[in-house]
Design a protein around this ligand. Structure first.
Ligand code: G3H
Ligand code: 13P
Ligand code: ZN
Length: 284
């Protein structure tokens, strides 16, 4: 079926009390693995591309790959821009066929973040494209920040209320203790903060940096209102483990298909597992 928008998927997730997985892609094998997993689990799915993915694969290739995947799939697939940082790119992605964009104004002061998000919402909503925004700062696990600094980066619930009211944004990425990349220790999520943000905004919330978050914590976050869960690192790990295994076992292998095929299967398994944890299996 043709690509679907994200807001519709998240609205259904809101009603059904589950979350939809948003998985990062960088090449054909990753796109195929994600869609194969969604098909096997009869789940809606969001495939997203970061700035890095667009730079690596090219915008046209990303769109063509994901559109092809969606058109040949029996489950709903959305194409989302992950961490869009400037308005021009958001517009370009919408023009090329993305059905959802994130405008990440989290590095700006509140007023500026509100202004660019509002502008993105105005343009996107006319075209039926979904917009996700970020409030608070979701850093990387490599960022060397103290606990106090971390707390200052977290999303403020009252600010979130104002932000949502003033921008009209339909989904919001929250900073509640997760970070992008491989965790050194166990991530501690601020659940009371999440609960408060949900109470005050009442919109689908998004969890970034979700690879490495304990399954029980993901489930609790869903109970408290997380409806979109971003996973990249776990897919990268599965890909590389798959490649390493084949190369170690068959050092003379030179057929890329024999190396990437098993890696693709491993990624499918990881995505299937996540889909079941998020509770979106059987919801397509
Ligand atoms: O949000 C971060 C994602 O893991 C994308 O990472 O910019 O290296 O593609 P990337
Ligand atoms: P992880 O790489 O930590 O899974 O984070 C993915 C993400 O948040 C993409 O926006
Ligand atoms: Zn992210």
């Amino acid at each position: 079926m043709p690509l679907v928008d994200v807001d519709t998927l998240l609205q259904k997730a809101e009603e059904g009390g589950y979350a939809v997985g948003a998985f990062n892609c960088n090449n054909m094998e990753i796109v195929q693995a994600i869609v194969a997993a969604a098909e096997a689990e009869k789940s809606p799915v969001i495939i997203q591309a970061s700035q890095g993915a667009i730079k690596y694969a090219g915008l046209e290739y990303i769109v063509a790959l994901v559109e092809t995947a969606a058109n040949t799939a029996s489950v709903p697939v959305a194409l989302h821009l992950d961490h869009g940082t400037d308005f021009e790119q958001v517009v370009k992605c919408i023009g090329k066929g993305f059905t959802s964009v994130m405008i990440d104004g989290s590095k700006y002061p509140l007023e500026e973040n509100i202004a660019i998000t509002k502008k993105a919402v105005e343009i996107a909503s006319v075209l039926g494209v979904s917009v996700e925004a970020e409030l608070g700062k979701i850093g990387g696990t490599e960022d060397d920040v103290t606990v106090l600094e971390k707390d200052a980066m977290f999303t403020d619930p009252e600010e979130a209320k104002i932000f949502v009211e003033q921008t009209g944004v339909k989904s919001l990425a929250v900073a509640i203790g997760t970070a992008h990349g491989q965790y050194k220790g166990k991530p501690e999520l601020d659940f009371p903060r999440l609960q408060k943000i949900k109470e005050l905004t009442k919109i689908p919330l998004v969890l970034h940096g979700s690879s490495g978050v304990a399954d029980e914590d993901l489930k609790k976050a869903i109970e408290l209102g997380i409806r979109k869960i971003n996973i990249d690192t776990n897919i990268r790990e599965a890909f590389v483990q798959g490649v390493r295994e084949v190369v170690a076992k068959y050092p003379n292998e030179i057929d890329p298909r024999k190396i990437l095929g098993p890696a693709r299967e491993r990624m499918t398994e990881v995505v299937r597992e996540k889909i079941r944890i998020f509770g979106s299996n059987g919801k397509a």
